[in-house]
Design a protein around this ligand. Structure first.
Ligand SMILES: [Zn+2]
Length: 154
């Protein structure tokens, strides 16, 4: 799977991560299907609360509202515009999923309420000189996880 990452989303993350300091923040990723197995991130919601220096817990209400608003804005065209997954920051750790992150993603897919056949997890980290590290993974309901290729758009 390939994810296209537009510059405004990168800028949003850099600003929000700097503001959050050593606290983890996160949100929902909404995507556009652009080709077979290729999605562009069109929106990343930001949940500023609920995180500590070592964990981020998604707020289902924030997530539900962000997803509903996105579907309204995109005319409920679910095949073109849909929920893509989750993102959060690791201010103090590399951009690989923690054991809690893996459990949360599997729980999310097992839940079935989101009705997704896969969900991505992007982990972002702000480095020196505003460089942004991005780790991207895709999870499937069978418990699988694979790396995702991230392509930064100009
Ligand atoms: Zn994490």
């Amino acid at each position: 799977m390939k994810i296209l990452l537009p510059r405004p989303v990168v800028t949003l993350w850099k600003d929000e991560l700097r503001r959050a300091g050593r606290r983890e923040i996160g949100g929902v990723l909404m995507g556009e299907a652009v080709a077979q197995d290729t999605f562009r991130i069109v929106e990343a919601s930001v949940q500023r609360g609920g995180g500590t220096a070592t964990s981020f817990v998604r707020d289902p209400r924030h997530h539900g509202e962000a997803i509903r608003a996105f579907h309204r804005r995109t005319g409920h065209d679910y095949t073109q515009f849909n929920y893509l997954g989750e993102w959060h920051s690791h201010p103090s750790f590399p951009t690989t999923p923690s054991r809690d992150d893996l459990a949360a993603m599997h729980e999310l897919l097992a839940d079935g309420r989101i009705g997704a056949t896969f969900a991505c997890l992007l982990i972002v980290r702000l480095r020196l000189f505003r460089r942004l590290d991005v780790g991207a993974y895709v999870f499937t309901p069978d418990g699988g996880m694979q790396l995702v290729t991230v392509v930064r758009e100009r």
